[in-house]
Design a binder for this molecule. Structure first.
Ligand code: NAD
Length: 471
């Protein structure tokens, strides 16, 4: 049993004032693996004061000094790469394949920030004036459970590049992962108060970050519902917000695509991170004339997907993070049948032999209409919906007929055609023929998928305030 009973404030691990505890459960077998003591408002206020004090000097650091801090962080996090992946598998249930990649992303957040910083001018001339890009102040960082340390590292690296100090509130369900990353950050030897980490619940620690006048900006990744609560609360003190929220991303298979490549890729994509990925391509849009062929290929692929122990190298789908999340996914599988969609593969209940954990059968619905709730709402589990379309224009209309706009995917053998379609899709990122990653390209959502962008220059500028000097 692991007991996590410290938080990180002003350069040291301290016992929180809060006394409430939260159980940490292994989602693969629902056994209790540990306990975390949660911080409260008082702890959050102490963390914010420490970050506020540190900002006075950290905001004046040079580019070279910040690059040196980012290099130290990169080294410290890299050293514990293996442990970081192992604890993510145990506590979160992500597959080994996914967790290794996620930890790689966390590590590369620091090198990406260094690269951005090297090429960024904090002073420019605009019109006849000098414009100085000033760090905003203390940034509140609030993150979800589905790739906890990846989000923490990306946001912290960008804040540091900008000269901001931080108070980080990860998901309480990720406490072991948080403990490990806090140890890495501590080892990097940054000035006291530059980063503070408070374990705690959203309605206590998250709410204090949202309310507190000494927080200048919030960078939040999580659900659209909570994002709206934060945005409403943040306006009272006019905090800047970056919100990375939910998605229901369309994957358009154009009629000239190679189906035998595109469909298996589409199924694996929908199941990425056990289906608990904001960018997952969960709506598969296919030409109606090819629906039978697509159904056959999709079913065949899903039946081959290995569900089970996330520690095994060939597992594709591990357990849902919690029993609550399992129940949520089950309710959508039931709903899809009630709405009249055709269940192609999977369905309700746990796969045989995996009754102890929060395992879901990889599921596909076909003949889905885009106005069904299973096509409109984020399920956050391994459930793919196949929606037939009549022609290209119809596909674009269906793709955009959603309140979300985080990501979109297009498969075609004609790149120019795919780009023409991409230009008409309302989403922050449109990927053509696969799932390429570009850590310098802006990441964020149109519509209710969020506000603002992360990564690269776009991400850095959200931690800066332009000041024009006119003479
Ligand atoms: P969540 O919104 O429930 O929680 C996210 C964080 O917000 C947690 O740390 C939580 O404690 C905190 N929180 C909860 N209530 C709060 C409040 N009232 N005030 C302040 N903070 C509060 O999300 P989750 O269930 O942890 O994660 C899943 C969601 O995250 C999905 O909707 C998914 O799409 C989204 N997500 C988005 C992205 C993206 O980049 N756009 C990436 C990953 C996940």
């Amino acid at each position: 049993m692991v007991r996590i009973n410290q938080i990180y404030i002003n350069g040291e691990f301290v016992t929180p004032h809060g006394t409430e505890t939260f159980n940490l459960i292994n989602p693969a077998n629902n056994q209790k693996i540990g306990e975390v003591t949660l911080g409260d408002e008082e702890d959050t206020k102490a963390a914010i004061s420490s970050a506020k004090e540190a900002f006075k000097t950290f905001s004046k650091t040079t580019k070279q000094e910040r690059i040196a801090y980012l290099e130290k962080l990169h080294i410290a996090v890299s050293k514990r790469e293996k442990e970081l992946a192992e604890v993510m598998v145990e506590e979160y249930g992500g597959t080994l394949q996914f967790c290794k990649m996620s930890v790689q992303n966390a590590i590369s957040a620091f090198t990406t920030a260094i690269e951005t910083l090297k090429n960024f001018d904090f002073e420019k001339t605009v019109g006849h004036s000098k414009v100085r890009m000033e760090p905003l102040g203390v940034a509140g960082i609030i993150t979800p459970w589905n790739a906890s340390n990846g989000f923490v590292c990306t946001k912290l690296a960008t804040a540091i590049a900008a000269g901001c100090t931080t108070v980080i509130k990860p998901s309480e369900m990720s406490a072991q992962q948080t403990q490990l990353i806090a140890e890495c950050f501590h080892e990097a030897g940054l000035p006291k108060g530059v980063f503070n980490i408070v374990n705690g619940s959203g309605h206590i620690v998250g709410a204090e970050i949202t309310r507190n006048p000494d927080i200048a900006k919030i960078s939040f990744t999580g659900s659209t519902v909570v994002g709206k609560t934060i945005a409403k609360g943040a306006i009272d003190t006019m905090k800047r917000v970056t919100l990375e929220l939910g998605g229901k991303s369309p994957n358009i298979i154009l009629d000239d695509a190679n189906l035998s490549e595109a469909i298996p890729m589409a199924v694996f994509g929908a199941y990425m991170n056990n289906g608990q990925a904001c960018i997952a391509p969960t709506r598969l849009l296919v030409p109606e004339t090819k629906l039978d062929e697509v159904n056959e290929l999709a079913k065949h692929t899903a039946q081959k997907v290995k569900v089970g122990n996330p520690n095994e190298a060939d597992t594709i789908v591990g357990p849902m993070v919690s029993e609550k999340q399992y129940e949520r996914v089950q309710s959508y599988i039931k709903l899809g049948q009630e709405e009249g969609a055709t269940l192609l593969v999977g369905g309700e209940g746990k796969p045989q032999g995996l009754e102890d954990g929060n395992f879901v059968k990889p599921t596909i619905f076909t003949d889905v209409r885009n106005d069904m709730r299973i096509a409109q709402e984020e399920i956050f589990g391994p459930v793919l919906v196949i929606i037939p379309y009549k022609n290209e224009a119809d596909a674009i209309t269906i793709a955009n007929d959603t309140t979300y706009g985080l990501a979109a995917y297009i498969s075609s053998s004609d790149k120019e055609r795919a780009e023409r379609v991409a230009a008409q899709i309302d989403a922050g990122r449109v990927s053509i023929n696969g799932f390429p990653h570009d850590p310098q390209a802006p990441f964020g959502g149109f519509k209710q998928s969020g506000i603002g962008r992360e990564y690269g220059v776009f991400g850095l500028e959200t931690y800066l305030e332009p000041k024009a000097i006119l003479q």
